[in-house]
Design a protein around this ligand. Structure first.
Ligand code: LMR
Length: 407
């Protein structure tokens, strides 16, 4: 009976969020969960999202009917163009199929489930994740029964990419492994390969006939430039890879709780690519139906309203630049405060890293000490959500880091 069910640990990230909320100290700082905050540490509804929301609310034809199994077609089509580029040959050649999902998590799950059912069936399959990666990747792949290993990614010495370690492990992985890649703004480290490094990674993946699985949760949010943040995926597509993509709209639209996302499967150019994609789509539809029947409408409608209207799209790009710009300012501010204080160590990685997170290099012990003494909440691996910093608390945080590093 259920009496035999063992206690599972609390999710560390959501546990951290709850602990922050319970803390009554006025100085408390939330650098935990990756969610954008404005300069007053408040959640930010993107002005363009507010506008789309008003449009939807005033639409007399809007109702609460079911979406199709694959989701809102205007949304999935616009999502393809966003991630692959408007002139993508993959789209023109009908080599892509896309399903709306429960944000990025649902997209990773749908992809993993599909691969578990159909990819290299009958042989030993192995997925490879960066070390470290988003903690949920491990759980999602375990839940569908796909075994995984990790490839080196973060160098504790340089606080940058361990490129040689990454490439040689991918090189040595059994042929046909699934290689999970963060398209940009790597979570949790904020460290991305350069374009030349991506080219080399693609070469190794091709030589070993691996299957690339891209997770993209920060397009436009990372650099403020959608094409730049989408470069790696578009490069792989250009190279003719068969691959899949999990796309989240949580961060770049601020639609966290609305769970808007998309899963894309792209097959290589070939004479029967179109029929392959049709068959893949038919199987994905069955998986989707058995799990969620059809996806939730509201967040997808918001994103779709913006993505399909050139004026709103331009406004969205401006909102993206505002978010990424504020984060970059905080990177500069944090680094210069630490350097001003003469905090032991080097701090260039704070400005070298990109996107929502910085991997500070603080140890678990230091993280816990800062939490206790200064009421600053960050994950135990020393990751900080840069958006939690603002002009009111960056100096306070820098001083707390300075203190703990000297202890
Ligand atoms: C994070 O890593 O903080 C976010 O991506 C939130 C999540 O779901 O883990």
């Amino acid at each position: 009976g259920a009496a035999a069910v063992p206690q599972a640990p609390e999710d560390p990230l959501f546990g951290l969020m709850a602990a922050y909320r319970r803390d009554t100290d006025a100085r408390k700082v939330d650098l935990g969960i990756g969610a954008y905050r404005d300069n007053n540490a408040k959640p930010w509804i993107l002005p363009v999202v507010k506008r789309a929301d008003d449009i939807l609310r005033n639409d007399p034809d809007l109702n609460h009917e079911y979406l199709p199994i694959a989701g809102l077609a205007e949304f999935t089509t616009a999502s393809q163009k966003l991630v692959l580029g408007g002139n993508s040959p993959a789209i023109q050649e009908k080599r892509v199929t896309s399903l709306q999902t429960i944000s990025g998590t649902g997209a990773v799950h749908l992809g993993a489930l599909f691969l578990a059912k159909f990819y290299n069936k009958g042989s030993d399959r192995l997925a490879y994740f960066s070390d470290p990666t988003w903690a949920n990747h491990f759980q999602i792949f375990s839940n569908v029964g796909l075994p995984y290993k990790t490839y080196p990614y973060f160098s504790h010495k340089t606080k940058g990419l361990d490129f040689d370690g990454m490439v040689s492990t991918i090189q040595d992985a059994p042929e046909g492994s699934i290689i999970l890649l963060h398209a940009c703004a790597h979570n949790p480290t904020g460290v991305d390969p350069t374009q030349d490094q991506w080219k080399k990674i693609a070469e190794v993946i091709r030589a070993k006939k691996h299957f690339p699985f891209f997770d993209t949760a920060y397009q436009g949010f990372a650099s403020g430039d959608l094409a730049r943040d989408g470069w790696a995926i578009r490069y792989f597509i250009e190279q003719g890879f068969e691959l899949c993509i999990a796309q989240s709209y949580a961060k770049n639209f601020g639609l966290y709780g609305e769970r808007a996302g998309c899963f894309h499967f792209v097959t290589s150019p070939s004479s029967d690519a179109e029929s392959t994609v049709k068959r893949v789509a038919s199987q994905l539809a069955i998986l989707q139906r058995s799990e969620i029947s059809n996806p939730p409408a509201y967040g997808a409608r918001i994103a779709s309203t913006v993505l399909n209207d050139p004026k709103l799209f331009a406004e969205w790009e401006a909102n993206l630049r505002e978010m990424s710009g504020r984060i970059k300012e905080m990177r500069t501010a944090l680094r210069s405060k630490l350097e001003e204080l003469g905090t032991p160590g080097t701090w260039n990685h704070i400005t070298d890293q990109i996107g929502m997170f910085s991997f500070t290099g603080l140890t678990e012990q230091q993280v816990l000490k800062i939490r206790e003494d200064a009421h600053v909440y960050m994950t135990k691996n020393g990751r900080i959500s840069m958006a939690g910093l603002n002009t009111n608390n960056v100096e306070y945080f820098a001083k707390a880091v300075d203190k703990v590093v000297r202890e």
